[in-house]
Design a binder for this molecule. Structure first.
Ligand code: F1P
Length: 351
């Protein structure tokens, strides 16, 4: 039986899952807009674990875009070491594919006990009737993102789509809600146009270390890409804010390194310069961007164009599926089974 059947299918199903998720929420816009009216009237703390900690970073950037003040912390950090430093009043926004991860539930309960009647928990998840859902005041749920695989792929991106919807509902931004309906077809095209490249890069086992570089809304997505590559392929991966890479980490760049740049509109020239500098150190370089036609591509080996015309916050999630596919192919090339990543389980439950 060929390896990774579940993961392959779950990655491929993302355009359809995104469309189903979007359609589900468009029919409930009034309900959610009412529930979200006070979301920006106080600060928010966003939390999750592993993939959903990185997703929380992306959700935070979306809410900042619409005027929210917030910060992000892994659930364990929030639970154990932030108790004394927390502000007197905030909304807790939790993300979890399963809704059963121990540290996330610990934090939700501690927050509820601390803030009593003023507590407000908003959760983003893929499974109904879980302890997380039971302990939330408002739930963004997409069952379409549920997976058999351990590693998060369509669950992560469907939750990211729900986060965009949440931010657009909060801002009552009808134009944004219209634009995000095009995300599924943009992803279909990315898959069609870049399948061969994701496979050839995935099969290149001369690459022994992979660095993911991104700014703003891309940093959380780049962090998830690094985790996906690590979980599926047991490879050496690191993630940095793009220009931070020069401040030390580039010391480990060799001709066996691949540096992946998530190129933004707001810092494209500076980001491309980092990639071209890494090429001079011998690295392979790959950029994911919206349109490359105006770029100086000196030192860029591979280019993935999304061609969405969307802004950085709206298109960031479109950068991830290509890298999920690359990780899938790399796992197979290394004789690993993406459906059964070594040492990992779908949910971390602590006793
Ligand atoms: C969180 C998590 C994942 C990780 C692995 C184990 O799960 O740590 O981030 O990649 O799948 O579980 P959840 O809280 O999002 O269900």
């Amino acid at each position: 039986m060929s390896q990774g059947l579940y993961t392959k299918q779950e990655i491929a199903s993302q355009p359809e899952v995104w469309a189903q998720t979007i359609q589900k929420f468009m029919s409930q816009q009034k309900h959610f807009e009412t529930q979200l009216e006070t979301l920006l009237t106080r600060p928010a703390i966003l939390t999750g674990c592993g993939s959903t900690y990185y997703l929380s970073m992306y959700v935070a950037s979306l809410l900042q875009k619409v005027g929210g003040v917030n910060w992000v912390s892994p659930a364990s950090e929030l639970y154990f070491s932030a108790k004394e430093m927390l502000p007197p009043d905030y909304t807790l926004i939790t993300t979890s594919r399963s809704g059963t991860t121990t540290e996330t539930l610990w934090e939700m309960q501690a927050y509820r006990e601390t803030f009593g009647k003023s507590a407000q928990i908003i959760s983003i998840t893929c499974v109904p009737e879980t302890p997380m859902v039971e302990n939330s005041d408002l739930v963004f749920l997409s069952e379409f993102g549920q997976e058999t695989s351990v590693v998060q792929t369509r669950s992560f991106t469907s939750m990211a789509i729900m986060a965009q919807i949440m931010a657009a509902f909060t801002a009552k931004d009808q134009a944004w809600l219209k634009r995000l309906q095009d995300l599924p077809q943009f992803l279909e095209r990315v898959f069609t146009e870049t399948d061969a490249l994701s496979e050839s890069l995935g099969n290149d086992l001369s690459i022994d270390r992979i660095f993911f570089l991104g700014n703003g809304p891309y940093y959380g997505i780049a962090s998830e890409a690094a985790l996906k590559m690590k979980e599926m392929t047991r490879s050496w991966t690191e993630v940095y804010h793009t220009l931070e890479f020069r401040h030390g980490p580039m010391s480990v760049v060799t001709p066996n390194a691949l540096v992946v740049g998530f190129i933004s509109d707001f810092a494209a020239e500076a980001e491309l310069k980092v990639l071209s500098d890494m090429k001079k150190l011998g690295a392979h370089t790959l950029i994911i961007c919206d349109q490359a036609s105006t770029f100086d591509l000196t030192g860029i080996d591979h280019v993935v164009e999304i061609k969405s015309g969307l802004n950085d916050w709206e298109r960031a999630i479109l950068y991830l599926p290509f890298l999920q596919k690359m990780a899938f192919h790399r796992a197979l090339a290394k004789g690993l089974n993406p459906d059964e990543p070594v040492n990992l389980s779908q949910v971390v439950t602590l006793t």
